[in-house]
Design a protein around this ligand. Structure first.
Ligand SMILES: Nc1ncnc2c1ncn2[C@@H]1O[C@H](COP(=O)(O)OP(=O)(O)O)[C@@H](O)[C@H]1O
Ligand SMILES: [Mg+2]
Length: 279
């Protein structure tokens, strides 16, 4: 067996790019959580233009835990913003299953985000003057849930992250690790299908970060999520189903991911020097 290429393009799906429609047929969206087609983001910088990535095509499958790695400034946050519908691409399209979110605007987009997507950020994103419970209730109130229902669901999520006994604490009174756990509870309060986390442990010490990672993993499984998280921590990245690396405007599968480990375990592979042709 010849040496495997260490890096390969994540996904190429040129056929869709030519079609003018906002629904992918079921046959092309089965098992697909997110698909990008020709995704391009440029920023104006002074008199010129800065291309972060161009014509990026890739797929995230339902239920996948994907780690996004890459040097600072390569565009990881930009990509999460686009995938999460918080920013609009310069060109290209993003599909969630059959639905093109790049075709949604205004209330329809806000509603889609509220129902389908949860975010956890690196920096404090909670409202410090509000209690942990109020923070977690927020996305549910925004979507029009009754306060009683919202409080019940928020309590359940706070229990999920081990903070049932902190619900009346103001967010600003909680430790950094506790705040990230509340942020995770808030992101999952509305039972989204997709969770994005942008360096969620970036400001935490190793042990506290590991606790947040354990929770991300546990809740991913229990809530049937598709998760995409950015990290600079190799151990955290290696726990994902798939690791993709953003470098020079290109996204590639990174062989250091868990899948690579599984491939390298080599079950059924002949030993080197073994000349058998039938295995
Ligand atoms: N609003 C903006 N306007 C212009 N340039 C931006 C903007 N946001 C980000 N950038 C630039 O895009 C590049 C990628 O940024 P970012 O997505 O934050 O990278 P990462 O998250 O990988 O560190 C950086 O060079 C950054 O300076
Ligand atoms: Mg970033």
């Amino acid at each position: 067996m010849g040496p495997k290429q260490r890096r390969r393009p994540v996904f190429v799906f040129p056929a869709v790019a030519k079609r003018e429609r906002t629904l992918l047929p079921e046959s092309e969206s089965a098992g697909v959580a997110i698909r990008t087609v020709g995704l391009t983001r440029r920023y104006r910088s002074g008199s010129g233009e800065l291309t972060i990535f161009a014509d990026m095509n890739f797929t995230v499958h339902c239920g996948e835990r994907l780690a996004l790695v890459g040097d600072s400034g390569t565009g990881k946050t930009t990509l999460l913003y686009l995938l999460g519908g918080l920013d609009h691409p310069t060109s290209g399209r993003i599909f969630y299953g059959q639905t093109e979110i790049t075709a949604l605007t205004g209330d329809a987009l806000a509603d889609f985000r509220n129902r389908e997507i949860g975010f956890v950020w690196q920096n404090q994103s909670l409202l410090p003057e509000f209690t942990a419970l109020e923070n977690v209730m927020m996305p549910l109130l925004v979507r029009g849930e009754q306060p009683g229902t919202a409080a019940g669901q928020a309590r359940a999520r706070l229990a999920d992250v081990g903070l049932a006994d902190r619900e009346t604490h103001r967010a600003g009174e909680l430790s950094g690790g506790e705040q990230q756990r509340v942020a995770l509870a808030r992101a999952l309060a509305g039972r989204p299908k997709v969770l994005f986390a942008d360096e969620p442990t970036g400001n935490l010490d190793a042990r506290t970060g590991a606790r947040v990672v354990d929770l991300l993993e546990d809740l991913h499984r229990r809530m049937g999520l598709t998760s995409i998280y950015v990290t600079h921590n190799p151990e955290f990245a290696a726990r994902a189903d798939r690791v993709v690396r953003l470098a020079g405007g290109t996204l590639t599968d990174d062989t250091r991911g868990a899948h690579a480990g599984a491939a390298e375990s080599g079950a059924g592979m002949p030993e080197s020097g073994d000349t058998r042709t039938h295995v």
